[in-house]
Design a protein around this ligand. Structure first.
Ligand SMILES: Cc1cc2nc3c(=O)[nH]c(=O)nc-3n(C[C@H](O)[C@H](O)[C@H](O)COP(=O)(O)OP(=O)(O)OC[C@H]3O[C@@H](n4cnc5c(N)ncnc54)[C@H](O)[C@@H]3O)c2cc1C
Length: 353
């Protein structure tokens, strides 16, 4: 598969804003032409149904419609990453990444204030002890509008107000006794599974959630990383997380739909459940204000917002306010635990100090 060849060169190119001087123009052009295509077109290039479903499940990560231009981009990149380097798992859970970053910060003399919702630039000096030279907002554009408010130039304010948010996640965490009784034993070899059925069913589910309808069988992403990281388990009690793609701001309870979708591929799963903890879209937004309406991607992955996040500009990290920058996944290259949004925002801030 071409994007796998030269994957490191490709990552150099796509992990930065769309408008840039490419170091590997041929690699980028080859990827760009494929990425432009709808996911349905790319899936159609595969000969058999399992391969089409596999690609579509990965493409559905984007929470976007799968029939529109550029909807192949996320699927191609994540599939190529899976082949080239795998999908790494943090030992001890994602929390260990946070702990490692905190340790690094502490070594550099930094401190962290937690459990404080920032609602305005005023008062930051009290919060951190002195007036900051640089403010990095790791927020969705909604957070920028709230925190920076009237200080934003009107063109930036207008653009951020037009930013759109996508479908939501409905998260269900399980404790289970033993393992998930997958019908297909190969499912035990994967940390992440996409439960959506055939490619056409995944496309239909995405079409429903992107147009505000709850599908009967929502697309479910399931994580069973304990299989390769036993530190997450206690004896034979194992953690499994899942989330369904549901419409933006969905107010219903999708727990049974999630369990039914797992049962579809693992009959008997229900009997292994010891405990369930759920977070609906409102709960997700209360937990993290970036998840507007439960959108964990910090903005809809429409063709426009895949190419230009959060607005069409030569420097998406700049907000037009001296010393204030946006560094969240609402900037290029978008969602994921890659840290590149922060890197480019930091480079912008340093170049202007
Ligand atoms: C369930 C789930 C599973 C995921 N799985 C994966 C995966 O397997 N691989 C992967 O690469 N990505 C995964 N992601 C996506 C990844 O976590 C995000 O794309 C990434 O964390 C986004 O980074 P960010 O810096 O934009 O914001 P965040 O990581 O959301 O950090 C923003 C922080 O700022 C805080 N904040 C926001 N507003 C304010 C405010 N006004 N005042 C104070 N604090 C505020 C938030 O509470 C949060 O702590 C997953 C996301 C979810 C929700």
């Amino acid at each position: 598969m071409p994007p796998i060849r030269g994957f490191n060169d490709l990552i150099d190119e796509v992990f930065q804003p769309v408008v840039h001087l490419p170091s590997h123009p041929a690699t980028l052009a080859r990827f760009g032409i494929r990425a432009l295509m709808p996911a349905t077109w790319t899936a159609g290039q595969f000969k058999d149904d399992p391969a089409r479903a596999l690609f579509m499940g990965v493409a559905a990560h984007s929470f976007s419609q799968l029939t529109t231009p550029l909807s192949s981009s996320v699927g191609l990149l994540l599939t190529a990453a899976a082949h080239a380097v795998g999908w790494p798992v943090a030992e001890g859970g994602t929390e260990s990444i946070t702990r490692a970053l905190l340790a690094e910060l502490a070594e550099l003399g930094g401190t962290v204030v937690i459990n404080t919702r920032v609602r305005s630039l005023d008062g930051l000096a009290d919060l951190v002890g002195s007036a900051p030279d640089v403010v990095m907002l790791d927020t969705a554009p909604a957070g920028v509008l709230e925190i920076v408010g009237d200080r934003l130039p009107s063109r930036v304010r207008a653009a951020l107000s037009r930013y759109t948010y996508g479908p939501a996640a409905f998260k269900v965490d399980f404790s289970i006794e033993g393992d998930i009784p997958w019908t297909n034993p190969d499912c035990r070899r994967a940390g992440t599974l996409h439960l959506g059925g055939a490619a056409e069913q995944i496309v239909a589910s995405a079409a429903a959630t992107t147009s505000g309808r709850m599908p009967d069988r929502p697309f479910v992403l399931l994580g069973q990383q304990y299989l390769i990281d036993p530190t997450r388990s206690v004896g034979t009690t194992n953690p499994v997380y899942a989330y369904a793609h549901v419409p933006h701001g969905y107010e219903g309870d999708a727990t049974d739909a999630v369990i039914a979708q797992i049962e579809r591929f693992a009959p008997g799963f229900h009997d292994r459940i010891l405990a369930v903890s759920t977070r609906n879209p409102a709960g997700l937004e209360a937990y993290n204000p970036n998840y507007v309406g439960g959108d964990i991607a910090a903005g809809a992955n429409t063709a426009r917002q895949i190419a230009f996040r959060p607005r069409v500009t030569s420097n998406p990290y700049s907000l037009g306010v001296k010393g204030v920058y946006l560094c969240s996944s609402a900037t290029p290259p978008g969602g994921g635990v890659h840290g590149m949004c922060g890197l480019y925002a930091a480079n912008t801030a340093l170049s202007r100090l």
